[in-house]
Design a protein around this ligand. Structure first.
Ligand code: ZN
Ligand code: FE
Length: 256
């Protein structure tokens, strides 16, 4: 990652907290700290301070560590202005298109409602790193707890517009389970077959599948492909409104 050091910390059963640091200035942030202690341990080992907590959304497995991290490190909590009352300790509220500087690395905020209505993603163009919480997962997407299919589809299109070379740092290790569903609905996609095999091999070897390259997701993730003729044909939904196709996929995945 250009100018950015990233440490992935696995916590709880399948969450990832990402510790990110601007190499030039040493400015450091924890993205979606579900819990504080594992983050503090890594900071201690490296003798790093913590400047910010970046929150993608209000769910407890993303903000559970906010209060303790703030108390111990005096960091500032950054998140969606729209969700100010639900993000513990929020200091800096951001909206769609706002910039946020992590030292010399700039992030742009992308609002991605769907999983929750106040969900945001942080895009660091120089580092080509996207932190998208529970919006986009490897071969899947977040459940619609608060938003509509139309909102989530529009959010996924915003993420799909980023370059293929972007690395997607999702907040959960769900890729292998998602691959089973993806292959069920898109059985003739050869890129997907190859990707699913790669993912299974990585998991057997105990490796993380995150970050996932966005270019691979664009070719393999059915939730990013609801408007693609090949996938629509595989679903028997050729020519239909992508929102309808997306909604159908999401409903089927909920009960898979
Ligand atoms: Zn969530
Ligand atoms: Fe989550």
């Amino acid at each position: 990652m250009n100018g950015m050091e990233i440490i992935q910390i696995p916590v709880l059963s399948d969450n990832y907290v990402h510790l990110i640091r601007d190499s030039a200035t040493g400015t450091t942030a924890a993205v979606d700290p579900a819990v504080a202690q594992p983050v503090l341990s890594v900071l201690n080992e490296r003798d790093w301070g913590l400047d910010y907590v970046l929150c993608t959304h209000h769910h407890h497995d993303h903000v559970g560590g906010n209060a303790d991290l703030k108390m111990v490190t005096r960091c500032q909590v950054v998140g969606a202005a729209a969700d100010a009352e639900r993000i513990p300790g929020l200091d800096i509220g951001l909206r769609h298109g706002d910039g946020f500087p992590l030292g010399q690395l700039g992030a742009t905020v992308i609002e991605v409602p769907g999983h929750t209505v106040g969900h945001i993603a942080f895009w660091f163009p120089e580092a080509e790193a996207l932190f998208c919480g529970d919006t986009l997962f490897g071969l899947g997407c977040g459940r619609l707890f608060e938003g509509t299919p139309a909102q989530m589809w529009a959010s996924l299109l915003r993420l799909r517009a980023l370059p293929d070379t972007a690395q997607v740092f999702c907040a959960h290790e769900y890729t292998e389970a998602n691959a089973a569903f993806a292959r069920r609905v898109d059985p003739r996609n050869r890129d997907l077959k190859a990707r699913a095999e790669e993912v299974s091999a990585a998991r057997r070897a105990g490796r993380s599948t995150v970050p996932v390259p966005l270019g691979v997701e664009k070719r393999c993730n059915p939730f990013l492909r609801a408007d693609q003729p090949a996938l629509q044909a595989a679903l028997g939904m050729g020519g239909l409104d992508p929102v309808r196709v997306f909604a159908d996929l999401r409903r089927r995945k909920d009960v898979f």
